[in-house]
Ligand binder design. Sequence first.
Ligand SMILES: Cc1cc2nc3c(=O)[nH]c(=O)nc-3n(C[C@H](O)[C@H](O)[C@H](O)COP(=O)(O)OP(=O)(O)OC[C@H]3O[C@@H](n4cnc5c(N)ncnc54)[C@H](O)[C@@H]3O)c2cc1C
Ligand code: FES
Ligand code: FES
Length: 1365
Amino acid sequence: MVMETERKAGALVFAVNGERFELPTVDPSTTLLEFLRSRTPFKSVKLSCGEGGCGACVVLLSKYDPVLDKVEDCTISSCLTLLCNINRCSITTSEGIGNSKDGFHPIHQRFAGFHASQCGFCTPGICVSLFGALVNAEKSNRLEPPPGFSKLTVSEAEKAVAGNLCRCTGYRPIADACKSLAADVDIEDLGFNSFWRKEDSKEVKKSKLPLYNCNNEVCTFPEFLKKEIRSGMYLDSERYNWYSPASVGELQNLLKVNKGTEMKIVVSNTGMGYYKELERYETYIDLKHIPELSILRIDQTGVEIGATVTISKVIEALTKERQHDFHSRDEIVFRKIASHMEKVASEFIRNTASVGGNLVMAQRKGFPSDIATILLAVDSVVDIMSGHQFERITLEEFLLRPPLDINNVLLSVKIPSVRKAFPETNTILLFETYRAAPRPLGKALAFLNAAFLAEVSPCETSDGILVNQCQLAFGAYGTKHAIRARRVEEFLSGKILNAEVLYEAIKLVRATVVPEDGTANPAYRSSLASGFLFEFFSSLLDRGAEITTSFLNGCKSTSLVKHSKLGQNNDQFYSNKSPTLISSARQVVELSKSYHPVGEPVTKSGAAIQASGEAIYVDDIPSPTNCLHGAFIYSAKPLAQVKSINVNSKPHLDGVAAVISHKDIPEVGENIGSSFMFGTEPLFADDLTQCAGQRLALVVADTQKNADRAALSAVVTYGMEDLEPPILSVEEAVKRSSFFEVPSFIDPKPVGDISKGMADADHKIVSAEIKLGSQYYFYMETQAALAVPDEDNCIVVYSSTQCPEYAHSVIARCLGIPEHNVRVLTRRAGGAFGGKTVPSLPVATACALAAHKLHRPVRIYLNRKTDMITTGGRHPMKITYTVGFKSDGKVTALQLEILIDAGIAPDMSPMMPHTIMSALQKYDWGALSFDIKVCKTNNVSKSAMRAPGDVQGSFIAEAIIEHVASTLSLEVDSVRSLNLHKYNSLKSFYQDSAGEPLEYALPSIWDKLAMSSRFNQRIEMVKKFNGEHKWKKRGISRVPIIFGVRVRPTPGRVSILKDGSIVVEVGGIEIGQGLWTKVKQITAFGLNSILGSEDGDLLDRVRVIQADTLSLIQGGVTGGSTTSESSCEAVRLCCNILVERLTPFKERLQEQMGPIKWEALISLAHLQSVNLAASSFYIPDAASSLYLNYGAAVSEVEVNLLTGETTMLQVDIIYDCGQSLNPAVDLGQIEGGFVQGIGFFMSEEWLTNSDGLLVTDSTWTYKIPSMDTIPKQFNVEILNSSHNEKRVLSSKASGEPPLLLAVSVHCATRAAIKEARKQLLSWSSLDEYKSIFQLDVPATFPVVKELCGLDAVEKYLEWSLGKNM
Ligand SMILES: Cc1cc2nc3c(=O)[nH]c(=O)nc-3n(C[C@H](O)[C@H](O)[C@H](O)COP(=O)(O)OP(=O)(O)OC[C@H]3O[C@@H](n4cnc5c(N)ncnc54)[C@H](O)[C@@H]3O)c2cc1C
Ligand code: FES
Ligand code: FES
């Protein structure tokens, strides 16, 4: 008999949501995510980036310690975790914490009630992130929270989800849902929700929240697994090729035995997020079970960290209150290190990512590590094992060595106590770490990081400060590894600090921190190094006397070290210590009762199942038997012959079933991948590729991973013979007259007499230029489709598309079959933003083609990189303008030349001139003329992205107004006000869409916003702030928008089933915008009149079902912001028909039977063959199809002049929603749209190589807003403007227009930069810092910093030293 404690080799066993899984064998490269999604029913775990950067795949990992009888829980990213790594662990997904069958968890209910889920693709991951924090908070020994709340704090709740990305909501409602569980929340701080009314008392509000009771909390670790663990089973290494040595000796043997084989050492595999290796290894060696590698010991000699210890554990240990009298110098250093480590990746990565893995990545592959830099500054040492040799070397030496080979293992790293190097007690020890990165709370690699340790003391001979010693480390700036700036250290040591010394030190830093060739923004990165050094030392310059006094008063090291960010108190660097996440938000919403339940903030349809992860997206549909998976091979060249495509160059690429290219298109079919009203685009390049990123072929394989692997490693041979050079710029397109035609019916028309307008001008700006780049959709669900061949040459395609009707006809054309052989089904899309209109069509079509050819189901779920590279995005453009204006700032004429880069196909690009002009005309330009060219280039086709053209038009208008104001040295806000339309000018610019004078709401919004945002007072406060602060400047800006929309025809059908439940079909697709919710509301409203008084609301009886192109035809495109309202109107027409049929029937029954209930009425109607289905096709009449939307925003920002970081301090928006159909939904659209706009204007950099191939193609390089980069105060007021019969129940659109308001953030940033330049001019008396400058879009840190002066610190020091007088 085997003893209970004896180790027995066994199968891979784990639990998911309490269910036992035992896998007799598995490919060791399988990730947890792959397993969950393909082999369990738990689809809440979403794949969005596959590289640890988004949080859609977060699950809770629970481990059981049989000795302590304790369960440890933490969140992890399942896309990077290898399955063998979770042997004997328990996994909890969002379905596991609650679901529709067993009851939702209060987290799910609160996400629904706070309107925190739109498309829902991010929601399950966010719920689990919050759940993880909740579970751990409940384990703490904190005081019991009030009933209904948890032990979480507000700040923990926010931070728990700060690593999760959401592209829809703008985060504010997510933060509210999370905070609602926190013990210390002030319920009045929580935003608009469906639980309570604003006027309810605090107690009532609390009572209305879905109850949370920690005693009902989900068990995260099942008993059966505990028993199995106690029985001492371990993984049978041979069977899985997965070895888990239990000692260093075993590890040495394993390395020896497996020498020469393809072997990989793993700890938690998060490194794969960055390196995305394609290799399959024969053997995996997991270091986690070696006790020596998991030590974490803190004692008087320092901190010893085993290589496999996770970053989270190190943070926890370093921040723990220590019982014994630990030396304060060490304590401070440890805390700073911990606080820096909290900015490494996100919590769900740090929970498994090992410190050793990080350092090895830095050593071996030049990874821009933070940990290497900060540990380098404190003279850390490492223990390494090479074969049978052990050695202890400094971290610096370790980094300098050639890359470790597989036989070298990092065992541990030691941070020595600083007391050893700095034994002096009569000195002050300063330690600080720095990083400049696009997101303050991590989730972004640093442009540069640094850590400085310095021992200083008051100088005995003067009131200066003496630098005894210092250790300065810099990293991540485009260097092979972090470095110690030895020359600077030597220079500073022994010097008395003064401006001259600091100036020289900074010059030396500049010469030391030199990014390698090819690094992006090299000058910016070097400037960060000098900025941080300046920040570290400069406050000491003026504070010698103060420091000496405090020193003499016994403060010595402690107090100063504690506040070693020396500027903290003198307010120069840290004037705004506002909380890092959202500090407050206000929503002002007027509810309209006129069309109940329309106008109510009804919870989003399906929000709870979205939160629990039960909502089904295309890739969640179980694969039919024999299903294959496809991945695109795309071109890396812009214009070249495709000579061959070889996918079999590596023998390990198994599972490939076929490579489908244009040659596989049936003879009766067409090489067509998409089609819009202006033309088509081929599905695959034929023998000539037209752009980098063009689809060349589809690899079809047994799994998505094999297909992706094969596609990525495919070798394409190109030829360039006899080809003209590609057209990669609009300028080149003009030279070669390469344009798409703009049909005259959508060509915008000039306004007024341009010559007269120019002649009337007092001043002119001639031929100024602006360039705008692209923006990627970044929907959380990438393009997806599943095609299933059907009988008789038919095909069913599930597509994540915004326009199933278009997919339908393109598929039919490509396959050469009649349209009635094709059926396209779309239930919902996990975010779309225009990217699932035309760009979704080739994915559905390629899937259909492969399925058709192979007679097998085929599915495609694009990986993030392929999606980013092949899927167009916003249109880049070049604008040249000449503007004439009076001396008071009134513009009299504007002349524009706009060159739009449309890419290789027309897509919807010919509509761009119209949309650009529509939004640009928000000001009265006097006269307006333009020449807009839609350029055909050898770039990927650009398509519609939320507010296509409008956002650029609005920006161009603001850039011109800013230019005029700067030229005249006028306040820009007054120039804006002066140029706002009066009704008459509005009419001449907008003609058919201007509406009646009373409908022109902008002037009143403009004034109202000034009041509600305290605009004028804040301008004064900003001025005061700027006068008082050198290294931070603020800017504030108010911006208006006018956005024209067109309501388009659309179908609808309402059917009442025998039991009284109602099924609704509409042309529009639910993409997160709340269409289904509004449609449900209008159905309930439309049928209301035949409802009995006791019947209650119909809302819960309505279900909106998926779009089916054979069931409801002519669905058109979901886009342009008006699909919700037109779908609602179509449904209302159906309801009218049903009411008309049922009313007389009901009256007859009532006469015979008295009052009759809804169910009885419908049942009898069925019996009597009343037609209970009604269809409609809503065609808006000419008078109501066009209308204008109005809004305005005030944004205030703060720019850090040393780093270029822009913090959005406050945003106030007023937006006119007409009579909102659902203010909760509209609020979500306003906030979400605005935040997406912030991404465009501030952070999302779409960069290509010289062939036009996108290089910012991952979450590592493309930065959408995250919870820590949105406005700290975010106030939105929805204006319920007057009734208007011409619009659908008087409502207005909300999907796109609010995105334009984000330009206010850009303008405010420009205002802050202006202040910085004014200051710089006063220091340098150089004319180069002119007040007229262009601020690029996006205004990233490097862009802002460059305008604020890359050498601002040097200029300041030179000025203070009188060097430039
Ligand atoms: C989304 C994301 C964001 C990140 N952001 C940051 C950031 O901002 N700053 C930062 O510093 N880091 C960042 N990281 C890096 C992160 O810290 C590392 O991925 C992690 O620490 C690696 O640990 P691991 O246990 O997962 O290593 P693994 O992925 O298992 O291993 C990494 C590599 O090291 C080798 N290896 C591991 N341990 C040893 C050892 N003891 N001896 C020899 N070889 C070994 C492995 O073979 C592999 O090649 C980020 C990572 C992700 C995924
Ligand atoms: S899918 Fe795993 S973090 Fe994005
Ligand atoms: S709701 Fe968050 S990504 Fe759509």
